[in-house]
Design a protein around this ligand. Structure first.
Ligand code: SLL
Length: 161
């Protein structure tokens, strides 16, 4: 196919993790979760305000720490749903996130790295205290996917939404 010359298409998305400490009142530990697990967490890739992104992103591979059973997970896109994994654990580590685009795009997969945060962090004590009080550690990155001179068929997909 032909490429649309001189055109760049930007699509915003968010990736990252949200973690919550187990707590009898606010986040009780489900049965079967190992004793040494201290947190529940999710890792995700999604559109801003949960807008659908599956028309350009086909699937996402999450590579978790090797200590986690079945640590390489492939998630296929479901329209309007985030690409997400829910887990429990005790430690922080780097997650490898590989984006697979729809076939019309002709794009190679792209890899992102994200550090799972379980413990409150920030530049100031105030930022940490806010996370502590909210009972939630949010580590999100806002990103923009750039499609450079997309193929015509893909350009139609990107712009017909
Ligand atoms: C650390 N370098 O020592 C890191 C490794 C690994 C975290 C953290 C296991 C979960 C499970 C888990 O939380 N691993 O057993 O499913 O802090």
């Amino acid at each position: 196919g032909k490429r649309v010359k001189g055109v760049q298409i930007f699509r915003p998305f968010i990736y990252g993790t949200t973690a919550r400490p187990f707590d009898e009142k606010t986040n009780p530990k489900p049965p079967g979760v190992p004793d040494d697990h201290t947190h529940s967490w999710t890792v995700f890739v999604k559109g801003i305000d949960d807008v659908d992104i599956t028309y350009w992103l086909r699937r996402v591979q999450f590579k978790l720490h090797e200590s986690i059973p079945n640590h390489v997970r492939m998630i296929d896109g479901e329209k309007g749903k985030p690409f997400t994994i829910h887990e429990t654990g005790w430690g922080e580590f780097e997650i490898t996130i590989k984006l697979y685009y729809v076939p019309e795009s002709g794009e190679k997969p792209q890899t992102l790295y994200h550090h799972l945060r379980l413990h409150p962090f920030g530049r100031t004590e105030e930022e940490k205290e806010t996370m502590r009080l909210n009972g939630e550690v949010i580590s999100w990155t806002y990103e923009e996917q750039i499609f450079n001179e997309p193929y015509e068929a893909f350009y139609d997909v990107l712009t017909s939404g």
